[in-house]
Design a protein around this ligand. Sequence first.
Ligand code: SF4
Ligand code: SF4
Length: 285
Amino acid sequence: MKIAVLSGKGGTGKTFITVNLATLIKSVYVDCDVEEPNGHLYFKPENIKEEIVTVKIPVVDNTKCDGCRKCVDFCKFNALAYIYNRLIIFEEICHSCGGCSTICPKEALTEKDKKIGDVKWGNRFNTKVYSGFLNIGEETGIPVIEKLLKKVEKYKTELVFIDCPPGSACSVMECVKTADYCILVTEPTIFGVHNLNMVYNLVKVFNKNMGVVVNKCIEEFNPVEKFCKINELKILMKIAYDEKLAEINSRSNIAVLESEKYRYIFKKLFDLVLKEINNETITYT
Ligand code: SF4
Ligand code: SF4
């Protein structure tokens, strides 16, 4: 079973929720926030293995190219330009669609591999930890996410927690479409509602079941409650703002291992998620 954890923006507590759930239960943790992966900082996994992630990039043979510019017109990402009798390829904005090399009438374009990042995996406590790392300046992290999700496909009978990228871009869709259930993490502010609305609409497109966790709650007006009521969204849990918790997080420690209070809170959250999914019961580690 795959549970995706999303938030409309970074800093909401998405990784905090995912890491703590994945620590509590014997499970697989997948950090798909490949532009800024930080789950591994909490887990500090051991026995690390890694693989590089590559994409295909066109290479031109200028001795074959006759300057017809068919490839330039074809590329909708403006990654090609024909200047001073030479074809220039802007690798950073190429989306690796392969179209230009297919349509070149002179077979002047071939493809080469370009490294855009890595996936690494290891284990810690009872959790298998997978993380994706996108190199700085790369156009898209989707190939890294695809590789990560492919790697964890083998865990068919285990719980897999997916720590999604923040926001509602294509990279988040990659994660949501494989999930059986989605946890939407938000904050009790107007800005939080705005971001919650984005991920709520995204998850709705994929027709997935979902519930909300409101993080950093204080005893004041909470606009998230109204939004959830209007949209018939279940609030699974409200987690109170807690300076002690902020300190645990700032040291990259895992709350359920540091505090009985948070162990209890996350057990309760997980029970609620399971109840939402299928009334399953589970043994805590
Ligand atoms: S389509 Fe082929 S021949 Fe035409 S400009 Fe591009 S690389 Fe050169
Ligand atoms: S592979 Fe696709 S995106 Fe890249 S340069 Fe060719 S047409 Fe453009």
